[in-house]
Design a protein around this ligand. Structure first.
Ligand code: SAM
Length: 217
């Protein structure tokens, strides 16, 4: 018996479905993946609350609604190769793992990447590859991707990431200042990386993307 089953179901109903998350595959993934495994032991009772939580190294696991919103915005069908920038706890990667063919995730802090790898292995998420480094360059060797989700905030849209999207691919990224940003969905329309469609999803507050196409430390 999953003692968190009721908390998960309530989270999905009151935080996600009630706020307009409709994709049944996303709702199912959010109902299935045990978020409490990705948070620090002392915060387990808060794992399904409506807010981000600290995961150490001054980083956070994102609010469940934001994870669902970003995942839904990728418009996944099941066969995609997705790049995530900012593995953090590994929770977003675990949600994606059940919805697509392959997940590539980059994290700049090695200790977080190691911890995420352990939990993902425990959950048999073997279709997730993690690399330690500056994800603002993307992951050139594995490109192109059908979708890219950046879970840290950039000052502007990183060109490296647009270049690594297939035509028709989507980049979901918080863009703005260091404190508050706009969560943006960019669709690359064609081979020309300037041929894009931009939509704003909501205001948000993410930790900073630190790196070449991000902020300095
Ligand atoms: N997706 C994560 C999860 O599900 O727990 C939440 C990630 S947290 C909000 C943002 C993460 O981005 C942090 O772990 C941070 O170290 C990482 N990060 C920041 N800049 C980065 C960069 N240039 N490359 C890779 N990771 C980066």
């Amino acid at each position: 018996m999953d003692r968190y089953k009721r908390q998960k179901a309530r989270m999905v109903e009151t935080q996600l479905a009630a706020r307009g998350i409709k994709d049944p595959r996303v709702l199912k993934a959010m109902t299935t993946v045990p978020r409490h495994l990705f948070v620090d032991e002392g915060l387990i009772d808060q794992a399904y609350n409506d807010n981000p939580l600290p995961i150490g190294e001054h980083q956070t696991i994102s609010q469940p609604y934001i994870v669902a919103l970003m995942t839904q915005a990728l418009e996944l069908k099941g066969r995609e190769r997705i790049l995530e920038i900012g593995t953090g706890s590994g929770y977003q990667a675990a949600i994606l793992a059940g919805l697509v063919d392959r997940v590539f995730s980059v994290e700049r802090i090695a200790s977080l990447a190691t911890r995420a790898r352990k939990i993902l292995d425990q959950l048999n998420c073997y279709n997730v590859a993690i690399r330690v480094g500056d994800g603002s360059f993307g992951w050139k060797e594995e490109a192109p991707f059908d979708g890219i989700v950046t879970t840290a905030a950039a000052p502007a849209i990183p060109q490296y990431l647009l270049e690594q999207l297939v035509p028709g691919g989507k980049l979901i990224i918080p863009v703005g200042g260091r404190d508050i940003q706009d969560l943006i969905k960019i669709t690359r329309n064609s081979a020309d990386i300037n041929d894009i469609k931009k939509e704003s999803l909501c205001g948000c507050r993410f930790v900073s993307l630190i790196g070449k196409s991000g902020w300095s430390e």
